[in-house]
Design a protein around this ligand. Structure first.
Ligand SMILES: NC(=O)c1ccc[n+]([C@@H]2O[C@H](COP(=O)([O-])OP(=O)(O)OC[C@H]3O[C@@H](n4cnc5c(N)ncnc54)[C@H](O)[C@@H]3O)[C@@H](O)[C@H]2O)c1
Length: 387
């Protein structure tokens, strides 16, 4: 039986990958302890997603294990051993701002957790393909030094600059810039993943994401801006825009398009490879443009305010150049553009809202088994029953 191990399996990218790999005939093993709830509170919990996977994905096995728990992780990898053909590592502390609150937790999850998974792969399934979801924050605030021009609704790159046509490529320096502690811990992990390829010969791929989003995102103020923006439109919550006159530009890739990139890499893997992976010039918007689109799609006016202070290390303009990936995998292409992605996000929030309003539905959002902190895990106990 071919096994795919997916960390962060209840998160946006992890859950999309579980669905995808299960549909390709793999036994999917998910590792996720809902630490997102610890980071961002009950409303950002991914327990609802885990419940869906356990209920609907045939054969799905969920381990409520912390990726930092070496013993438990090595135990899972030993159990499935060389049946493991694919490891997708998406579990992370994903926010700049949160990282500054607890730098030790951030680094231990993002950097040490990644090392534990790489080592488990090397020891138990060295032939497996290992994919890591890195981030464009590894380039720190270096993109803010690009020559930008201010337009009516957005910042844009000077049209004569080499990045203007396709976006930022993988050659941008990761040095001598401000990363935020989150960017630094992800960069440490990013380099480790490359090194396990170059030094040990593992088939590792690093995907440096722009904004990743989709209907399955549990967006919250500190992470998942498009999802949270749409949620505020749908639910009439106030939204705060931080700095750059609301003209900061992001590229946005749908989780399905990203997972499809991983599938192409899996089928024809390389060693220690790095790709920028985002919406590119195909799908990007400024904050002001995103607000207008969300209002149009949801049919609701957003109640938003502006504060002049930008988030530390935040990009003013970031668009990923995906042409390196395209040149290695010419059969890959986007399936979602920005309006289609936002329409799905809007529908997702409406469905979850509707489900939450049903009698007794609260349990789907606040898992009763949750305990604060990082409890020691017993492997047998942590395997969530799928019946
Ligand atoms: N969403 C984005 O815009 C974005 C952009 C660039 C990079 N990324 C990266 O992509 C990856 C996936 O992002 P996402 O949006 O799916 O994140 P997500 O927060 O939706 O999902 C991550 C999941 O990992 C789990 N998790 C966190 N720490 C864990 C731990 N120590 N042990 C076990 N499980 C743990 C969380 O509970 C959550 O369900 C992350 O590595 C993130 O840094 C995301």
């Amino acid at each position: 039986m071919k096994v795919a191990v997916i960390t962060g399996s209840a998160g946006l990218i992890g859950a999309e990958a579980v669905d995808f790999w299960a549909a390709q005939g793999f036994l999917t093993v998910g590792i996720d302890n809902d630490l997102r709830r610890y980071f961002f509170g009950p409303e950002a919990s991914t327990a609802w997603s885990r419940r869906r996977l356990v209920k609907t994905v045939p054969g799905y096995r969920h381990y409520s294990v912390d990726i930092r728990d070496r013993k438990a992780i090595l135990g899972i990898f030993a159990e499935y051993s060389s049946d493991i053909r694919f490891v997708l590592h998406t579990a992370a502390q994903p926010s700049h701002d949160w990282a500054a609150r607890e730098p030790l937790t951030d680094f231990s999850v993002n950097a040490e957790g990644t090392l534990v998974l790489l080592e488990a792969t090397r020891r138990h399934c060295p032939e497996a393909v290992f994919v890591f979801t890195s981030t464009n924050k590894v380039y720190g605030d270096a993109p803010n030094r690009l020559p930008l021009v201010e337009l009516a609704t957005r910042w844009e790159l000077d049209p004569t600059h080499p990045y203007a046509e396709r976006g930022i490529d993988e050659c941008l320096s990761v040095d001598q810039c401000k990363h935020s502690l989150f960017g630094a811990s992800k960069l440490a992990a990013d380099v480790l993943v490359q090194e396990y390829g170059r030094y040990f010969g593992l088939k590792t791929g690093v995907f440096r994401g722009g904004c990743l989003t989709g209907g399955g995102h549990s967006g919250t103020e500190l992470h998942g801006f498009l999802s949270y923006l749409m949620r505020c439109c749908v639910e009439g919550r106030p939204y705060t825009v931080f700095g750059y006159r609301g003209k900061q530009v992001r590229d946005n890739i749908h989780s399905g398009d990203l997972v499809n990139m991983f599938w192409h890499f899996y089928q024809n893997p390389r060693v220690g490879e790095v790709y920028n992976a985002g919406g590119s010039r195909h799908s990007h918007c400024s904050m002001l443009e995103a607000i207008a689109l969300c209002e149009e799609i949801s049919g609701n006016k957003l109640n938003w305010n502006y504060t002049d202070t930008n988030r530390i290390g935040d990009h003013i303009w970031y668009v990923s150049d995906v042409s390196k990936f395209r040149s290695h995998y010419p059969d890959w292409s986007y399936r979602y553009d920005l309006p289609a992605t936002l329409a799905q996000i809007c529908q997702g929030w409406r469905q979850r809202r509707e489900a939450a309003s049903r009698p007794g539905a609260q349990a789907a959002f606040v898992p009763s088994e949750w305990t604060e902190g990082f409890p020691a895990v017993n492997l047998q106990e942590s395997l969530v029953a799928s019946s």
